[in-house]
Design a protein around this ligand. Structure first.
Ligand SMILES: Nc1ncnc2c1ncn2[C@@H]1O[C@H](COP(=O)(O)OP(=O)(O)OP(=O)(O)O)[C@@H](O)[C@H]1O
Ligand SMILES: [Mg+2]
Length: 463
């Protein structure tokens, strides 16, 4: 099953998206608001000018004594209608709506609607938009309305100029912001780049911590976690080197002994002497083979820590049942009664490694129990833990030694047999590998040894 590759996250792109999108929206809002703010006073200025013209016209009419039906003088008309961009219209109506002067097609507003005396409004004349200023005034003692209107060419020009100016300045701002954000992000990410270069420049043997204080505060937790990992790796590497040195040292002595005996044998001519030497070689080779096996099992358990994904659901009961038979010859030879009290105890684990764990416990029990004794293996569930116990009636392990016997190569002084002191270290290593723990107790009878190994239940492991 191939899993989809996780989408790549670019900090630069993320920052860019989170900074630029809101910034662009803000700039657009700025254009809209700025446009309104700039447009209002500009349009108002045009309106005031238009109203001023209406006022001048009303004064001119009142002062010149122009009455109904008499047009303005030609020069006044030219003056009124002169504008660089727009066409100007004007009209004077009496209270009944009769045209007194000006353009007939400029319809007057209702006098009643002009309570304030003046009115500014938009209208359409000859299919053209116009802006109209209307002013109510007294002409020879009677109500009249003067209107001045202009097309909206200069107003549209003004609107366009304001908009173009605003958009151009905002565009400049956008470009400036893009450039600043781009370089700013680059500058902000530079310490990360330096960190990457520093890590990349290291050799795979260099497990010293990366200097945390050089990293930016935001990245320090990552560097800290990395340093923790490097520390663990260093520890693992050291313990591996220690293990290899120990193993070499432990193997060298018995192998040298074997070689000496073989060399001695080769110098002999007497077949009886050969036989005697070979007899002595047998247990020595067995011990050496046992040592090599124990070392390899320990190494395998250590390496297994990185491969625990290979755990399978299995039952401790089944593991015991499958290997118990292997021990019968030895228990019979020593007249030891091997009893099994097995209940279901499901775990997730490596059957081979748990088999090795069990083999070491039974081996100890047989080895350190006097002939005629009894060994019992229990499996059961207890408080959500799968429990494996091996109990014997041997000499027992003194309280003070119960922690130490789990150390590598540690043997209790005066122990029987020729063990190499690795069995219980292997047991603990395999127990820990499965998230469990081994400890030594005194059996209920008060004598002998009980080694109890607890494993997390299979259900917990699943979670
Ligand atoms: N069931 C037991 N009864 C009494 N003493 C024990 C028992 N199991 C272990 N010990 C003591 O603990 C020591 C450490 O045991 P461990 O199994 O680690 O090593 P070993 O048996 O000496 O060697 P190995 O198992 O590697 O061949 C033993 O030397 C022995 O003194
Ligand atoms: Mg042992």
């Amino acid at each position: 099953m191939t899993s989809k590759p996780a989408p790549q996250v670019s900090v630069r792109r993320l920052l860019f998206r989170w900074l630029l999108l809101p910034l662009a929206s803000l700039l657009a809002l700025n254009v809209a608001v700025g446009y309104q703010i700039a447009l209002y006073p500009a349009k108002a200025a045009y309106d005031w000018a238009l109203m001023d013209t209406a006022l001048s016209l009303s004064r001119l009419m009142a002062a010149s004594g122009i009455g109904s039906g008499i047009p303005l003088s030609r020069s006044a008309d030219i003056l009124l209608r002169t504008d660089q961009y727009d066409r100007i219209y004007y009209s004077v109506h009496d209270a009944k709506g009769a045209l007194l002067a000006g353009d007939y097609h400029l319809t007057p507003p209702q006098l009643e609607s002009m309570t304030a005396g003046e009115l500014l409004y938009d209208s359409v004349l000859d299919n053209e938009n116009i802006r109209v200023a209307a002013l109510r005034f007294m002409l020879h003692g009677k109500d009249a309305v003067v209107q001045v209107a202009e097309t909206t060419v200069k107003r549209s020009r003004l609107t366009n100029q304001i908009l173009t100016g605003l958009i151009a300045s905002e565009m400049l701002l956008v470009v400036a912001v893009i450039i600043l954000v781009w370089f700013g992000i680059g500058k902000g990410l530079a310490p990360l780049e330096r960190l990457r270069a520093a890590i990349e420049a290291r050799s795979h043997r260099d497990l010293r911590p990366v200097p945390e204080d050089h990293a930016p505060v935001e990245v320090q937790p990552v560097v800290h976690a990395l340093n923790n990992l490097l520390g663990q790796l260093e520890g693992a590497l050291q313990s591996q080197q220690q293990f290899i040195a120990n193993a070499a040292h432990q193997l060298r002595t018995p192998l040298a002994g074997l070689r000496t005996q073989v060399e001695y044998g080769l110098q002999q001519r007497d077949p009886e002497e050969w036989h005697r030497i070979l007899q002595a070689l047998k247990p020595a080779t067995e011990r050496t083979a046992h040592l090599a096996n124990q070392l390899l099992t320990l190494a395998r358990a250590e390496v297994g820590a990185h491969q625990m994904s290979s755990r399978q659901p299995l039952d401790l009961r089944a593991v015991v049942e499958s290997v118990a038979g292997d021990w019968l010859p030895q228990t019979i030879a020593r007249d030891i009664d091997l009893g099994l009290e097995l209940n279901p105890a499901p775990v997730l684990g490596d059957a081979l490694l748990i088999g090795e764990l069990l083999a070491n416990l039974i081996d100890n029990a047989i080895r350190y129990t006097a002939s005629g004794g009894r060994i019992t293996v229990h499996t059961r569930m207890e408080n959500d833990c799968a429990v494996l116990e091996v109990e014997d009636e041997g000499a027992g392990i003194p309280e003070a030694e119960r922690e130490k016997v789990f150390q590598r190569f540690h043997r209790v002084d005066g122990s029987l047999g020729e063990g190499c002191g690795l069995g219980l270290a292997i047991v603990q290593e395999i127990a820990h590998l499965h998230g469990g723990h081994a400890e030594i107790r005194t059996p209920a009878s008060g004598a002998g040894t009980l080694v109890m190994v607890r494993f997390p239940s299979a259900q917990e492991n699943h979670g």
